[in-house]
Each structure stands twice: as structure tokens, then as C-alpha cells.
Design a binder for this molecule. Structure first.
Ligand code: NAD
Length: 450
């Protein structure tokens, strides 16, 4: 069997080897999932709900262990990793409420009874990236299982350890064997097989827009539905009438969180021209104070990039750019990169493309219409923030920006109780929120003649 070696990005040292499944091994996992799904879908909704609550409780009991694995393989600061592990349990708990609330309709018709049933697809394939390995996996598997599906989950090659552990914990919680199969391996082998396998009836893909486009084309060939959560180039729009101190204090967290390897990173900072210089003055000390270093230290706010390749990619964007100021980062082993603030022109690559590193491009704008046009001048449309003390302006601008998730006077993007997903090149479909379990069902309409 071939293997992938998982590295600790904070040191560059090898952690362990993990199996890289073949197509035949992937097919065997899908077959086990098919077998498990029948009994799972046939359970009384209350029993599926109870099983998911037990899974949530077991995850909660192992939250510290999961957090430590995330620190080790993804380099997340331990505080963030603890939040992520708790979030997985919360998402499971939330969707444990879904089996008893997936409600079909009875439609008035002549000559009989017409009923819609919400039926599970069968097996759902979930393909996740390395940046938030366990939370993104949970956004797919929790509602998919709640709706009566089995799941085959493919973690990213760089960060498979939390997903593998979640697979063990599902069994420990009493979920049937085969219901939640974690298949580690290469994207072009395991991921592509999820797309082409006739028994995988729906795919959820989170990752780059490039691979997501291929996955969507493959799903189209197989006529299977796909949810795509892709890249972003989200804007932080700061108007002159904003609480500038508050907005500036939040900027480092909005873009340097997870070393900028966050699809929702506010990697473009658009500032109204009249307060542009003042805002940069406020931002500089906030960036200097951003604590970069050992992920195991509870005070750390930012760890390393995920890999040497990612560091090269980020460096290539910054080389030759007009750097305004930078924070600090450790030198030596590990894939470190300092928080970096770049003054950009509207046509610069760094102002339009996803860097996926701790780099923010700052651009001035002239008025509200210009801010909206500039925010929309990208192929992406995932997230963004609007800073203004004028409520009417906040409403107008939030309606004008083509992004799936926006916040006014806040940097927040994700709450498991609200829908999440992108417009334009950032994706297709929505995860999380009250409707997500229904997205893992197909509607069947039956007419009973009387
Ligand atoms: P990636 O597209 O390279 O890989 C994502 C996953 O797809 C991995 O598991 C990979 O093994 C798999 N894969 C690769 N080739 C495949 C193929 N041909 N068929 C099927 N699967 C394949 O992305 P990445 O580098 O792991 O993650 C970074 C990207 O993810 C960024 O663009 C980021 O914005 C995006 N992202 C989006 C969201 C969101 O919710 N919108 C969240 C996190 C990350």
C-alpha cells in the first residue's frame, strides 16, 4: 500500500505515514457505505437523532485530543484548534435535531392524496481541504448523516489525522460500521473516484476553484448534484464614517487568522480615500502586535503556513509588491511567513487573486458606488465586511456586494446556525443553517388515488 507522510508545519518534521487508498480500496469503502446506509435510513428518526447526539458527546469528550492533532498537523494555534473541536461537536448536536424535522408536504389534489417524501441520496462523498480540516468535514457529514445518508469522507493529503480520528470516534459512539468511511489518499485518485463512482449520489467539495471546476464537470457527466465551497478574495470596506479604531483593531484577525489560509479572509482592505492615511496609521500597531509563533503557546494568534510549497506561493505574490509594513514571524524550521500589508493598484494580481497567506492588499476608494464596484471586481464572491456608522449605507452596500456571506461592523463569517457559501467563482449551494439537512435529500412525490 502506498502512503503519504504528514508533516508538522511548525517544524517541518514528519509526524507519521498515512495510507493512500487505491481506486479498489475506495470502491470497497463505498460498498461498505452502501450496505450501512440502508439500515441507517430505515431507523426511526428519533434513533438517528440519538445516534448523532452520542457522536457529538464522544467528540466533545475527545475535544482536547482532536485539538492537539489539529495543532500538530495544521499548525493552528491551540486556542483556535480548541474552538474548532468544540464546533464539530456543536454542529453534530445541531443537526441531531434534523431527522425529526425533515418534513415533507401533503399537497391538495383532486381524486386522491398527494404526498412528498424527503429521501436521502444514499452515499454522499465529501472532499475537504487542509485549511480547516475537521470543521469543514463536519459541515458536510453532520447534515448528510442526519438526512439518512452514509458518508465517504476524503481529507486533504496534508491533514488527514483529525478526520481519521473522527472515523474512530463515530464507531466508538455506536454509529454502524461503514456509515462514516474516512478514505485517505490523493485527490486525483480517491476524490475523482467519489465523483465517478455510480453509488456516490451526491458530492460536497471544498477547495480551490480550479479543482472545484473539474469536480463540477465530472459530476455533470454523472448527473449527480454537487455543492462547491471554493476560493475567495473578500473585501473589508471601511467608510470614513466608521468607528475606525474598532475596524482597524479587527483587521489582523480578519485576514491573518489561520495565517490567511481562510477562504473568508478579508484579503482586500478597501478604505475611503479621505481616511486612508489615518486608517493605515491605526492598522500598523495592530499588525505589529499580532502574535505569531509556537502554535502550542496559548497566547499565539497565528501559526505557520501549511507547507513549503504554500510559503513559496505566498512569497511569489509579495515579491516586488509595495509592502507598507509587516509583523514578525519566527525564522528557522517550519513554514513561517510574517503578516504583511501591501499597497496595491486595482489591476495588480495581489488585488484580484487569492493568495491564501497572511497578506492583505490595501486600496483606496472614492465613494459608495466606487466601493461596491471595487468589491465586486473579482471572480470571487464569498464573504466580506462593511464598516460604517450609517445604517442605511450598511444596508445599501450589503445588498450591492455580490458575496454569499457579509457582515456589517463585524468580521464574522461563520455561524453553524446560518447559511454559508459563495456566489460567482466562490461556489455553488449553501452549507450550514436550518436548511442544510434538506439539501441532502431528494424529493419524491407520490399520488395515492382514492
Ligand atoms: P485543493 O482544491 O487543492 O484540494 C481540495 C481537496 O480536493 C483535497 O482533499 C484534494 O486532495 C482534493 N482533490 C485534488 N484534486 C482532486 C480531483 N482531481 N478530484 C477530486 N478531488 C481532488 O484545495 P486546497 O489547496 O486543499 O485548499 C485551499 C483552497 O480551498 C483555497 O482555494 C480555499 O479558498 C478553498 N476553501 C474554500 C472554503 C469555502 O468554504 N468556500 C473553505 C476552505 C477552503
Amino acid at each position: 500500500m502506498s502512503v503519504h507522510t504528514v508533516l508538522n508545519p511548525a517544524t517541518g518534521a514528519a509526524i507519521r505515514d498515512v495510507p493512500a487508498a487505491s481506486i479498489a480500496e475506495t470502491d470497497a469503502a463505498v460498498a461498505r457505505a452502501v450496505a450501512a446506509q440502508r439500515g441507517w435510513a430505515a431507523l426511526a428518526p428519533v434513533d438517528r437523532a440519538d445516534a448523532l447526539r452520542r457522536f457529538a458527546a464522544v467528540v466533545e469528550a475527545h475535544a482536547e485530543e482532536l485539538a492537539q492533532l489539529e495543532v500538530l498537523e495544521a499548525g493552528h494555534p491551540v486556542g483556535s484548534a480548541r474552538w474548532e473541536a468544540a464546533h464539530v461537536a456543536q454542529v453534530l448536536q445541531y443537526y441531531a435535531g434534523a431527522p425529526e424535522r425533515l418534513i415533507g408536504k401533503q399537497i391538495p389534489v383532486a381524486g386522491g392524496l398527494d404526498v412528498t417524501y424527503l429521501e436521502p441520496y444514499g452515499v454522499v462523498g465529501i472532499i475537504v481541504p487542509w485549511n480547516f480540516p475537521m470543521t469543514i468535514a463536519a459541515w458536510g457529514f453532520a447534515p448528510a448523516l442526519a438526512a439518512g445518508n452514509a458518508v465517504v469522507l476524503k481529507p486533504a493529503e496534508l491533514t488527514p489525522l483529525t478526520a481519521m480520528r473522527l472515523g474512530d470516534l463515530a464507531l466508538e459512539a455506536g454509529l454502524p460500521e461503514g456509515l462514516f468511511e474516512v478514505v485517505t489518499g490523493a485527490g486525483p485518485v480517491v476524490g475523482e473516484r467519489f465523483v465517478s463512482h455510480p453509488d456516490v449520489r451526491k458530492v460536497v467539495f471544498t477547495g480551490s476553484t480550479r479543482v472545484g471546476t473539474e469536480v463540477a464537470a465530472g459530476c455533470a457527466r454523472e448527473l449527480k448534484p454537487v455543492t462547491l465551497e471554493l476560493g475567495g478574495k473578500s473585501a473589508n470596506i471601511v467608510f470614513a464614517d466608521a468607528d475606525l479604531e474598532r475596524a482597524a483593531a479587527g483587521v489582523p484577525g480578519s485576514v491573518f487568522d489561520n495565517a490567511g489560509q481562510d477562504c473568508c479572509a478579508r484579503s482586500r482592505l478597501l478604505v475611503e480615500r479621505s481616511v486612508y492615511d489615518r486608517f493605515l496609521e491605526l492598522l500598523e500597531p495592530a499588525v505589529a502586535a499580532w502574535r505569531v509563533g509556537d502554535p502550542n503557546d496559548e497566547a499565539t494568534e497565528m501559526g505557520p503556513l501549511i507547507s513549503a510549497a504554500q510559503r513559496e506561493r505566498v512569497s511569489a505574490y509579495v515579491d516586488g509588491a509595495d509592502v507598507a509594513f509587516r509583523g514578525s514571524a519566527p525564522t528557522g524550521d517550519g513554514f513561517w511567513f510574517p503578516p504583511t500589508v501591501v499597497l496595491a493598484g486595482r489591476e495588480d494580481r495581489i488585488a484580484k487573486e487569492e493568495v491564501f497567506g497572511p497578506v492583505v492588499a490595501v486600496l483606496p476608494f472614492d465613494d459608495e458606488a466606487d466601493a461596491i464596484a471595487l468589491a465586486n471586481d473579482t471572480v470571487y464572491g464569498l464573504a466580506g465586511s462593511i464598516w460604517t456608522e450609517n445604517l442605511a449605507r450598511g444596508i445599501r452596500v450589503s445588498r450591492g456586494v455580490r458575496s454569499g456571506v457579509l457582515s456589517v461592523n463585524s468580521h464574522s463569517s461563520v455561524r453553524y446556525t446560518t447559511p454559508f457559501g459563495g456566489m460567482k467563482g466562490s461556489g455553488l449551494g449553501r452549507e450550514l443553517g436550518p436548511d442544510a439537512a434538506e439539501h441532502f435529500t431528494e424529493t419524491k412525490n407520490v399520488f395515492y388515488a382514492t
